[in-house]
Design a protein around this ligand. Structure first.
Ligand code: NCD
Length: 332
């Protein structure tokens, strides 16, 4: 067991400064790889007996979650604390947002208190961009905005794949389900396309973005294809990723019925048998077991779902570190 070391191993090396982290669509492959390397170093700290290094001592990180969250919210808080930042959590209820204060005025208030970084989850697509363009000293990290982006989830997904596959380049990654409403899928697609994976989207055609369904080359990266028939999509896959079926969407008529969905798109034992023998099974959580993923698979050794959560802490440590290092340009 590793104990006691007070230092952060090999992180400073290649991280280019970035005050705001809003999505992966403007990340180069090198930048993504550097973050994956930094997260590996953070994972080493996470696996120590004493999980704390002083790297972000004196920095103030505020998490503001305006939508429910368990793993993303807790992992950002845990990540900040392990790097010795002061982490303050606020939510919509209990803050002045309840009295009608605008999101921007709330953020300006936090910036005036000299907070260094705001981690924000919002039901409104684009909210973190709006904040980032109106704040001059506080950084913004997007922890999920509406249907738009969830960059740190995509990064932790890439980290999990790289740890287990060695390299993601050329790997076949099948993303299944409600791609249309999934900010996780959107960011995963950007990240995976940038590092050279072959992405196949499978699900009810009503839940696949129209431009991707049509193969519109202006809006679909070259290595992303659509195969609604999951039995065909899953053949030879290296990674099988199920998305949460958002039951609230069923009412909007986008799903034939839950039973029909489960019959055609649930990741089952029989379907998984068509993937590579050691294919990874992933899910961003929270899961609807027995709907998009069979319970026997969700808790099998092939499932990386808890590993994704662990890597989420390491990746968020890397992201906080990158953002705050960029802000102060300094000697961390
Ligand atoms: C997802 C989210 O909130 O975008 N969960 C997560 O952050 N791990 C996915 C979902 O809610 O379906």
């Amino acid at each position: 067991m590793t104990t006691g070391s007070q230092t952060l191993p090999r992180v400073e090396a290649h991280l280019s400064p970035r005050r705001h982290i809003l999505d992966l669509d403007d990340f180069t492959r090198d930048e993504i790889e550097s973050l994956l390397d930094a997260a590996e170093a953070m994972r080493e700290v996470l696996d120590r007996d004493i999980k704390k290094v002083p790297s972000l001592r004196g920095k103030v990180v505020i998490t503001m979650f305006l939508e429910p969250s368990t793993r993303t919210r807790v992992s950002f808080e845990q990540a900040g604390k392990m790097l010795s930042a002061d982490v303050i959590n606020i939510s919509g209820s209990g803050s002045s947002a309840e009295k009608g204060e605008s999101l921007l005025n709330t953020a300006l208030t936090l910036q005036a208190m000299r907070a260094d970084l705001l981690v924000v989850r919002s039901p409104q697509s684009g909210a973190p961009y709006f904040l980032a363009s109106n704040l001059d000293s506080m950084g913004v990290v997007n922890a999920g905005d509406g249907m738009h982006a969830h960059p740190t989830q995509a990064l932790l997904d890439l980290m999990t794949m790289r740890r287990h596959l060695g390299s993601i380049e050329g790997a076949k990654v099948v993303i299944i389900g409600d791609v249309l409403h999934s900010r996780v899928a959107r960011s995963d697609i950007h990240g995976l396309a940038t590092v050279g994976a072959q992405v196949v989207l499978s699900g009810p055609p009503t839940m696949i973005p129209l431009e991707m369904l049509r193969g519109d080359v202006r809006h679909t990266p070259a290595n992303v294809t659509v195969e609604p028939d999951l039995d065909r999509a899953i053949e030879g896959a290296d990674v099988v990723m199920a998305l949460r079926i958002q039951k609230e969407r069923a009412a909007a008529g986008l799903l034939p019925s839950m039973r029909e969905y489960t019959r055609r798109w649930m990741v089952s034992e029989a379907r998984l048998a068509k993937a590579k023998p050691n294919a990874l099974v992933m899910h961003p959580g929270p899961m609807n077991e027995g709907v998009e993923i069979a319970s026997s698979i969700a808790h099998s050794p092939r499932a990386q779902i808890e590993e994704q959560v662990t890597n989420g802490v390491a990746m968020r440590m890397a992201v906080l570190y990158q953002s705050l290092a960029g802000q102060h340009g300094g000697d961390l």
